[in-house]
Design a protein around this ligand. Structure first.
Ligand SMILES: [Cu+2]
Length: 499
């Protein structure tokens, strides 16, 4: 490992502060006490182990685009969940898993209006499911716990793509095994394309000027055993590898040569818990064009993009000089490292002059929530158990079930009754933020979301409309996307019934 730069040290001491704050606040419940204790021991390890200024370079790996076949108007994709090995820590072999490969999965492209069919075979030794995170599809096809399928079986969901252009992802979502399977590598990106003017004006050549960046901060022991639960996170001698598209960037800066002046990046935080903030190393701005559920009304200059676990965003950069992108990792809870990682240097080799970005990318009509049905959602903790509305959602029978009707419009107040960070994720429909800790949203928070941060002791108000899909058997999920919290019970069901 390399020496830390002054800059990185500064970032680390910020991490220390946050951990101390969280630890100090987390005096309720065994898990919280454990978290506080672990945070300090982890920090010591982090100081010893985490990378500082990168010394090596390697070419950015772009995930393969999954080939599809189209017959009779249906586009068919084939995926296999499988185990393998990969180097999560450089030079150390880890047991991993992925789709069609040993680690992570290929990128799928869906087009609005198309009908897709996915034939997904489970070649693991355990049940799995595949959830299409952020997609507006029938509950029966959503890939939640009720869609889990056994080793050796094939699951074949089919649905029409109703979503507009956006960046989604797919990952397992079976009860109790989500964290274990995702941290071992089961995650892939989904790009939804549409025929909008904005899509036509933005870079869209995959791997050329439209680049996926799957970021992960994991926890592993030095033998490469990737941790995913409390027992693992409390074990000693952990390292906190940070990866971009499956490559460890602890002491490596990836390189990408941009053959167009303007490049579009789609960033996914596929970490089990940590928050990752993306920024330019030179202090310049990023031109954000989309939140996780589609385009912003217009391109917005931002100094950084903060992604909670499960979150995505899109931005473009018009470059005449090389720029290094940094990932600032801040822990959401017990696991994960902290620090600043120079993960990607983009070097332009282009002479084209792109058109100005469209002045309008999207029309977002803000909900008038005055007649919306109000609902209270609480994120709770009792010792080692996590809960929503007081119910520990580790089984379909034990979890709280929220019943609503097709066509209803609702405003939810989500109150975090714990002192831990949570990442609230709602399946089925996108939501608008109405309040964040009592404040009205501004800037990019006026976009569409499916996953949003709820800080310890904080609250958010979100509004949504349940359109298109009703089912009296299959349910959508709402849960914390800190995957250990989900597995520990911070999950509830949402049943959308015919009105
Ligand atoms: Cu949580």
């Amino acid at each position: 490992m390399t020496n830390n730069t002054g800059k990185t040290r500064k970032a680390k001491s910020k991490g220390l502060h946050r951990r101390q704050f969280l630890g100090g606040m987390a005096g309720v419940g065994l898990a919280a006490v454990g978290a506080a204790g672990a945070a300090f021991s982890l920090l010591t390890d982090a100081e010893r182990n985490t990378a500082g200024a990168a010394t090596n370079t390697a070419t950015l790996t772009v995930p393969d685009l999954l080939e599809a076949t189209t017959t009779d108007g249906t586009t068919t994709f084939t995926l296999a969940a499988q185990s393998g090995t990969s180097e999560v820590i450089s030079g150390v072999t880890s047991s991993t898993a992925g789709y069609n490969q040993s680690y992570l999965g290929p990128t799928m492209k869906w087009t609005k209006g198309d009908t897709v069919l996915l034939n997904i075979t489970n070649n693991l030794d355990d049940d799995t499911s595949v959830h299409f995170h952020g997609a507006h599809i029938p509950a029966e096809m959503d890939g939640g716990p009720q869609n889990a399928f056994a080793a050796g079986e094939t699951w074949s969901p089919t649905f029409e793509i109703l979503d507009e252009a956006k960046t989604l992802w797919y990952h397992p979502h079976a009860l109790g095994t989500t964290a274990e399977q995702v941290v071992h590598g089961m995650a892939g990106m989904i790009i939804v394309e549409d025929g909008s003017d904005a899509s036509a004006a933005l870079p869209s050549e995959y791997g050329v000027d439209d680049i996926p960046l799957v970021l992960q901060c994991l926890a592993s022991d030095t033998s490469g055993d990737i941790k995913y639960n409390l027992t693992g996170y409390l074990s000693g001698s952990l390292a906190y590898p940070v990866l971009c598209n499956g490559t460890n960037v602890d002491d490596t800066t990836l390189t990408f040569t941009a053959t167009k002046t303007r490049t579009r990046f789609r960033v996914l935080n596929a970490s089990p818990s940590d928050i990752i903030t993306v920024q330019r190393g030179d202090g310049g701005t990023l031109t954000q064009i989309a939140t996780e559920q589609g385009y912003l009304t217009s391109a917005t200059e931002v100094s950084s993009i903060r992604l909670v676990a499960g979150g995505r965003a899109e931005f473009v950069m018009d470059l005449s000089d090389a720029v290094t992108l940094q990932a600032v990792v801040t822990t959401g809870w017990v696991r994960g490292g902290s620090g600043t990682y120079d993960f990607l240097t983009v070097t332009p080799d282009a002479s084209d002059t792109p058109d100005d970005l469209p002045s309008t990318l999207n029309t977002i009509e803000r909900y008038d929530t005055s007649s919306f049905t109000a609902r209270e959602i609480t994120l709770d903790q009792d010792g080692l158990e996590m809960a929503i509305n007081g119910s520990v959602g580790t089984t379909m029978d034990s979890m709280a079930t929220i019943m609503t009707t097709l066509g209803s419009s609702e405003i939810w107040t989500i109150t975090n009754n714990t002192m831990l960070e949570h990442s609230f994720h709602l399946h089925d429909v996108p939501f608008q933020l109405i309040e964040i800790n009592g404040e009205e949203p501004t800037g990019v928070d006026l976009g569409w979301f499916d996953t949003y941060e709820v800080v310890g002791g904080g609250s958010i108000k979100i509004a949504m409309q349940f359109t298109d899909f009703a089912d009296d058997t299959y349910m959508y999920m709402l849960h914390c996307h800190l995957l250990q919290h989900e597995d520990e019970g911070m999950m509830a069901a949402l049943m959308v019934m015919e009105s």
